[in-house]
Design a protein around this ligand. Structure first.
Ligand SMILES: NC(=O)c1ccc[n+]([C@@H]2O[C@H](COP(=O)([O-])OP(=O)(O)OC[C@H]3O[C@@H](n4cnc5c(N)ncnc54)[C@H](O)[C@@H]3O)[C@@H](O)[C@H]2O)c1
Ligand SMILES: N[C@@H](CCO)C(=O)O
Ligand code: NA
Length: 452
């Protein structure tokens, strides 16, 4: 067995450069832990860079690197879903293990990529794709392997959490904080992925698959971002003892006796959560994932969700796992039983592929959540009674009501918190409220979860 493990890094942006720096900084640590020399042999870059060690081959032909004999593990960190996919498929075809941070690619094409990797007896590792440096993939696939997961909720976009935190704590404008997140290397190449919730939806699709043993179904994730959140709602929520966080939820529902309503909820959206909940106090670029499993109960995993160092940490954790797989492959090859190699790594989606289930993903109207409603009404007698009657007729329980002083002459904002309700019922109730003569604007609604 050769003592060195040869890495190729495709893409030298925030993450690719972070990986080079990590290897330089922690070379001894990596060797002491793995027993191997971890060396970068090739990098894929558009232009020659003079800050790269002259022993590393720089090449703008990334497909050639993906097939190179001088590479054991290909690290894909160019991003995107076209060339990145071709490169990963090419690497797999050429017997290379792959490490990727690319959640967009895996959420959209992961089923195909993982099947292709299984067929070629190699592994595609993706710790960096979800919650940055937090080892959530490893925890859920390995440490929680004996549990049945009932639900998970997480702050899984660092850029969004950074923006919401800075807006709330310092009153900074949205666009300013987003620019800073881009400078710090947190944001996606197209930052609408961060602020419209798409990046969180990509990650949620991955988390849900490894939680419940279902195929990746990004297209079925209900997705709302943070662009519609106003400081006014942030402040009202705080007044009521809640904080607004952008969260992803994957929840198993038994349908309460109705088989049609049994399935999995997959949703990302701003959410009011109690101020004293641990997740409410995860700020800045930090991510956190709360997992409720049986018999363990609730566990919380927290750390930096984006940035060069945190992401490189996750990429290299995958490399270290693959070093062991490569070691065992060498051993298997010696005993002519490469097939056994399957047994040396965890299934891509945590469950063996033939056991993935076809549990349905519930439609938005079937989702069950509490609500924060902001209703603007003329300050006239009976208006509050009309609103509460509509809600109670729809079987919606009110948890709290706050009537604020008029902000325009004669118009008062009324804030209502509800207990969990099926979305279709809430839609009907809001439609009726908006038809009242005393209501002046569209009802603002934000979901609410006690995280119990
Ligand atoms: N930045 C983070 O905090 C973070 C965290 C987790 C995951 N990710 C994911 O990691 C991946 C990379 O993110 P990043 O932040 O490093 O992006 P980036 O834009 O900083 O880096 C990508 C690099 O790839 C290069 N590249 C693109 N196409 C190329 C080509 N054809 N040939 C050569 N080079 C090419 C670009 O020039 C750029 O330098 C993305 O999939 C992203 O979603 C990023
Ligand atoms: N843009 C992503 C990078 C980490 O996946 C974020 O801000 O969370
Ligand atoms: Na991670």
């Amino acid at each position: 067995m050769s003592n060195s493990i040869k890495l190729a890094i495709l893409g030298l942006g925030t993450v690719g450069t972070g990986v080079i720096n990590l290897i330089n900084d922690n070379l001894d640590e990596l060797k002491r832990r793995s027993g191997r020399d971890i060396i970068i042999t090739e990098v894929g870059t558009r232009r020659q860079r003079d800050d790269i060690d002259s022993n590393i081959m720089q090449n703008s032909d990334l497909m050639a690197i993906a097939a190179s004999d001088n590479v054991d593990i290909v690290i894909e960190v160019i991003g995107g879903t076209t060339l990145a996919k071709d490169l990963i498929m090419h690497a797999i075809k050429n017997g290379k293990h792959v490490v990727t941070a690319n959640k967009a690619l895996l959420a959209e094409h992961g089923n195909e990529i993982f099947a292709f990797a299984e067929a070629h007896n190699v592994h595609v590792a993706y710790e960096a794709a979800v919650a940055g440096g937090i080892p959530i993939i490893k925890v859920m696939r390995e440490a929680l392997a004996a549990n049945k997961i009932d639900w998970l909720a997480g702050i899984i976009n660092g850029t969004g959490n950074f923006i919401m935190t800075e807006m709330r704590d310092k009153g900074r404008p949205f666009a300013d904080v987003l620019s800073e997140a881009q400078e710090l290397g947190y944001a996606e190449a197209d930052p609408t992925f961060d602020v419209e919730g798409i990046d969180a939806a990509h990650k949620l699709a991955l988390l849900a698959s490894i939680a419940f043993g279902i195929p990746l179904q990004f297209d079925k994730v209900y997705c709302e971002g943070i662009t519609g959140i106003t400081l006014q709602d942030v402040n009202y929520a705080e007044e009521l003892g809640y904080r607004i966080k952008h969260l992803g939820f994957a929840v198993r529902r038994d349908g309460q006796g109705n088989a049609d309503d049994a399935g999995v909820e997959l949703r990302v959206h701003p959410t009011l959560i109690p101020q004293d909940a641990l997740l409410a106090n995860v700020n800045g670029v930090k991510n956190a994932v709360l997992v409720n499993s049986h018999p363990l109960g609730q566990t919380l995993y927290c750390g930096d969700g984006a940035g060069a160092g945190a992401t490189a940490s996750a990429v290299m954790a995958d490399v270290m796992d693959l070093v062991r797989v490569l070691g065992s492959k060498d051993n298997d090859a010696q005993s002519n039983s490469v097939q056994n190699n399957h047994g040396h790594h965890v299934p891509h989606l945590a469950f063996i592929p033939e056991q993935l289930s076809d549990t349905p993903i519930l439609r938005a109207e079937q989702m069950i959540t509490g609500y924060y409603l902001r209703v603007h009404a003329y300050d006239s007698p009976g208006v509050l009674a009309d609103i509460t009657r509509i809600l109670s007729d729809a079987g919606i329980n009110i948890d709290a009501i706050l009537q604020k002083p008029a902000h325009k002459v004669g118009q008062v904002p009324v804030i209502i918190l509800t207990l969990p309700v099926v979305e279709s019922q809430m839609n009907l109730a809001i439609e009726k409220i908006e038809k009242l003569d005393t209501i002046t604007d569209k009802v603002v609604r934000i979901r609410l979860d006690e995280l119990a």
